[in-house]
Ligand binder design. Structure first.
Ligand code: PMP
Length: 409
């Protein structure tokens, strides 16, 4: 019998989705592999500071504590003891009671975004999203074909209640946004929360960068602001909050959490079942050991010190070499500097190709625009590379920019 390869392995809608998303995350992950290449593209922590010994110890303890239980499929909502730990942490921060019924453990915060798309988005639904927008969220939701409106934070003149009334949900990264590194002030969070409550709209608060605070702190999360406004009873409000251990410990644990009202958690858990049956009990059990032993609190100050130094090194090198063409605000936390072009002729999609030839990479702004039109900015990561490597990366970027501007682009 002749064996035949299917002629069309991928349905057309999926192919369209792939070509629109341009496989960008995969491309950026691959760039890190060439040792001569300086990638300032990925949103990656510095591997040299990973707490490997603490993770090994936690793994041993987790296996001793849970035995084969750590190796089973486990409950779809995740390890109850870890859900409880997260619920207690959020209750302390917010002054409202959160129980394990308000917590779903996920494969990183990324799975939370995917599940939110599955549960909430019908084709044509409007999402009011902070602009520019995290590429992972755009990728997760693209197959569901939503339309986007840029969120304007200003209390009086910004996105209004009427607009929110007809939106499916609001999406925001208020702490050191990906890609801009910007921190949203408490007053703007409060104003948005009040509008969302009046409009009856879900509000997705994606918060992976919370631990990476360099200058001052973040102020309360939108979830905490709501907890303080209405402190009675278990949480039943519109905020769907996403957290993760990817930035504060390691991304490879793939442990994240979604905190929301119990009915929303139940819906997300049902959606999760058809995604992965259950996520890894083993890494959740390791995460629990790490958190109970206070390893996250112990680890974060040292990475923050290094990351602050790296941010300063990047900004100083950029001031010396890129100031003629770009401007930026020094981010008070997180992983990224958002560089905006001052030179009208600089298109960051085009510059990107010249940068690759100089063996350096950033992420062009278009990736963070649902309409892929944003060509006047780029995202530069400073956490992954040592200060001297960042300096060399900036020198290469300056060379690429000069070459680009003198070419017939
Ligand atoms: N949201 C934002 C804004 C992010 O920057 C990231 C990581 N790049 C994630 C979610 C996903 O993080 P993880 O799945 O590793 O928890």
């Amino acid at each position: 019998m002749a064996l035949r390869t299917p002629s069309s392995p991928v349905r057309p809608a999926f192919s369209r989705w792939i070509s629109q998303s341009n496989n960008i995350t995969q491309q950026f992950m691959a760039l890190g592999i060439d040792p001569d290449f300086i990638s300032m593209a990925g949103g990656l922590p510095a591997a040299e500071f990973y707490p490997t010994a603490a993770i090994a110890e936690a793994a041993e303890k987790a296996l001793a504590r849970w035995g084969s239980g750590a190796l089973e499929y486990g409950p779809i909502e995740g390890l109850s003891a870890l859900r409880r730990h997260i619920a207690e942490r959020i209750s302390r921060e917010s002054g409202r009671t959160f129980t394990i019924d308000n917590v779903l453990l996920t494969v990183g915060a990324m799975q939370g975004l995917d599940l939110i798309g599955k549960v909430l988005i019908d084709p044509g639904d409007r999402i009011v999203a902070q602009f520019p927008t995290y590429v992972g969220a755009l990728d997760a939701w693209r197959p569901r074909r939503p339309v986007y409106e840029a969120l304007d934070w200003s209390a009086e003149t910004g996105t209004g209640v009427d607009s929110l009334r007809t939106a499916k949900f609001i999406y925001t990264v208020p702490n050191y946004s990906n890609p801009t590194g910007a921190l949203v002030p408490t007053s703007a969070r409060q104003a948005l929360l009040e509008k969302a409550l009046e409009a009856g709209t879900w509000l997705v608060e994606d918060d992976p960068y919370l631990p990476l605070q360099f200058d001052g702190d973040t102020g309360p999360s939108i979830l905490s602001l709501h907890g303080r406004m209405e402190p009675d009873g278990a949480y039943d409000g519109p905020v769907v909050y996403l957290g993760t251990l990817s930035k504060s410990i390691v991304p490879g644990l793939r442990v994240g959490w979604t905190v929301a009202s119990a009915p929303m958690i139940q819906a997300l858990a049902l959606a999760k079942q058809s995604s992965d049956i259950a996520s890894s009990m083993l890494t959740q059990a390791i995460a629990l050991e790490l958190l109970e032993a206070g390893r996250e609190e112990a680890h974060v100050p040292s990475i923050v010190r290094h990351y602050r130094e790296r941010r300063d090194a990047l900004c100083a090198a950029a001031s010396a070499e890129l100031g003629e063409w770009f401007e930026w605000d020094t981010p008070p936390g997180g992983m990224f500097v958002w560089m905006r072009t001052r030179h009208p002729a600089v298109d960051t999609d085009a510059l990107y190709r010249f940068a690759l030839e100089e063996k350096v990479a950033f992420v062009p702004g278009s990736v963070f625009d649902p309409a892929t039109q944003l060509r006047s900015a780029m995202r530069v990561n400073f956490t992954r590379n040592a200060p001297s490597v960042l300096e060399e990366g900036v020198a290469r970027l300056a060379k690429a920019t000069k070459r680009y501007l003198t070419s017939n682009y």
